[in-house]
Design a binder for this molecule. Structure first.
Ligand SMILES: Cc1cc2nc3c(=O)[nH]c(=O)nc-3n(C[C@H](O)[C@H](O)[C@H](O)COP(=O)(O)OP(=O)(O)OC[C@H]3O[C@@H](n4cnc5c(N)ncnc54)[C@H](O)[C@@H]3O)c2cc1C
Length: 440
């Protein structure tokens, strides 16, 4: 029997769980890794092997002018095994990193199962294991464990569906076409209001109702829309329905005309820092290109940069700002860490990042070292900051994007150069953080 102080249990052998297990083994710990595969599989998992890519084989861009490119660079600095293996299994995809999914899962399966410090158990976990544990059971966490987590975390901290609206950057909005105030001037002018004329509104509704929608998986159709209707379905009910719903103009006067607009789309700040705005009431199931095309018909959004598109799908995630600390451990019990999509990040590389940081957080916890937060200048640190500081009400998962980073000092005018400035600042900050962690 192992000495318990050298053991960490990891539940879930997906992207986050495998990354976490590898990092813990590398740090000298014995890892008990549990996954219900291959005996039991979620509706999206098909392979018998660990670390399966469940959908698109693209891990997004490698370019440093993109947030996903910067996140990859940060993961490289932190020696991510998932990234390294993905790079070894890359297939031609221009500037993106796409993988041969079968080769990738087989390679990762071997790396994990052949590691002498990782002990794999094929078992569905129903209760939270005792001791130091990382739970990384993903967006399709099996029901028994989801119920256990729900009960353990209390009232509202676990969601089973992701129904989110698109998010755009503030700097891409056209100020000539919006005004800031709150409905009936109650509040501190937190909202950006995007007015539409009758003609613009009717054209928007027409395009919205005819736009292409995402086909849901069979396992998602039952109640994914329950309590959170997509804007296009609301619009199907009649041209006026949005004007009496999320696009109602009551209580709003446009200072340019001194009149109430015909219809208004409101945008709300997504989090305290960073210039990201959420399209209020616009949770949608349109395809991503259609979201861009249709919402860009709203004059203020003509050149909008979408940092996140709306999604409506089965997704289990905790209300991170309520329950999570910045090392991915639970406020309620710092021996329990939550990683991967379950922690409130969204995406393959983001899930990998959270598994990696949770493992490092666990190492610090085991060594009784204080956790040094990762700079918010990095995509990693900014995502963690979002998870721990976003509004608890209506919390929605987040992916890598530049909109969550603190503003630049001396920002370049040219958009591409500005993105490279963000990238340089992030990489420098991550290198510095890594060098300072002499215990790693
Ligand atoms: C249908 C779907 C499509 C997606 N498509 C994309 C995409 O195209 N691009 C993108 O970037 N992201 C996508 N995502 C989001 C996300 O990036 C992936 O789900 C990613 O795999 C999450 O990594 P993870 O490690 O958190 O979870 P997973 O990779 O899902 O790993 C979780 C593991 O936990 C195991 N498990 C679950 N419950 C238990 C239990 N009780 N006991 C033991 N084991 C358990 C599962 O078998 C699984 O192996 C998609 C998600 C879904 C659901």
């Amino acid at each position: 029997m192992q000495n318990n102080s050298s053991v960490v249990t990891v539940v879930g052998g997906g992207l986050a769980g495998c990354e976490a297990a590898y990092q813990l083994a590398k740090a000298g710990y014995n890892v008990y890794l549990y996954d219900m595969k291959p005996t039991k599989k979620s509706p999206a998992h098909h392979a018998d092997t660990l670390c399966e890519i469940v959908c698109s084989n693209s891990l997004k861009s490698n370019l440093l002018s993109t947030a996903s490119g910067v996140l990859k660079k940060e993961l490289e600095i932190l020696d991510s095994i998932v990234l390294k293996t993905a790079q070894a299994c890359a297939v031609p995809a221009g500037s993106a990193l796409a993988v041969d999914r079968e080769l990738f899962t087989q390679k990762m399966d071997k790396i994990i199962k052949n590691n002498p410090k990782i002990h794999f158990f094929n078992k569905e976990i129903a209760e939270i294991p005792n001791g130091d544990v990382i739970i990384a059971t993903g967006p399709l966490t099996s029901n028994v464990l989801a119920q256990t987590l729900h009960a353990y975390l209390g009232e509202t901290p676990l969601s089973f569906y992701d129904a989110s609206a698109p998010i755009v950057t503030e700097e891409s909005l056209l100020p000539a076409h919006y005004f800031t105030t709150d409905r009936y001037q109650k509040g501190e002018s937190d909202y950006i209001n995007c007015p539409l004329t009758k003609e613009e509104y009717e054209n928007f509704v027409q395009e919205l109702t005819h736009a292409q929608r995402v086909q849901l998986h069979a396992f998602e159709t039952a109640d994914v829309f329950e309590g959170c209707m997509p804007i296009e379905i609301m619009a199907d009910r009649g041209t006026e329905s949005l004007r009496f719903g999320p696009m109602r103009p009551v209580g709003l006067i446009d200072p340019k005309t001194n009149k109430r607009p015909y219809a208004v789309l409101q945008l709300r700040k997504e989090h305290a820092t960073g210039g990201c705005y959420n399209l209020v009431g616009c949770q949608t199931n349109l395809t991503f290109p259609e979201q861009k095309r249709v919402f860009s018909l709203i004059p203020a959004l003509k050149q909008a940069e979408f940092v996140k598109y709306g999604v409506m799908h089965r997704n289990t995630f905790i209300c991170a700002p309520k329950v999570l600390q910045n090392d991915f451990s639970l406020k309620k019990n710092p021996s329990i860490f939550i990683a991967g999509q379950l922690s409130g990040v969204e995406g393959y590389m983001e899930s990998t990042m959270s598994g990696l940081i949770a493992a490092l957080g666990m190492v610090a916890h085991k060594k009784n070292l204080p956790w040094k937060p990762i700079s918010e200048y990095t995509i990693t640190g900014a995502l963690i900051s979002y998870l721990t500081k976003a509004s608890q009400e209506n919390f929605q998962p987040m992916n890598a994007n530049f909109g969550i980073l603190p503003a630049l000092e001396n920002a370049q005018k040219n958009k591409n150069e500005r993105k490279l400035q963000y990238a340089e600042r992030a990489i420098r900050a991550m290198q510095q953080w890594r060098e300072e962690q002499t215990w790693l």
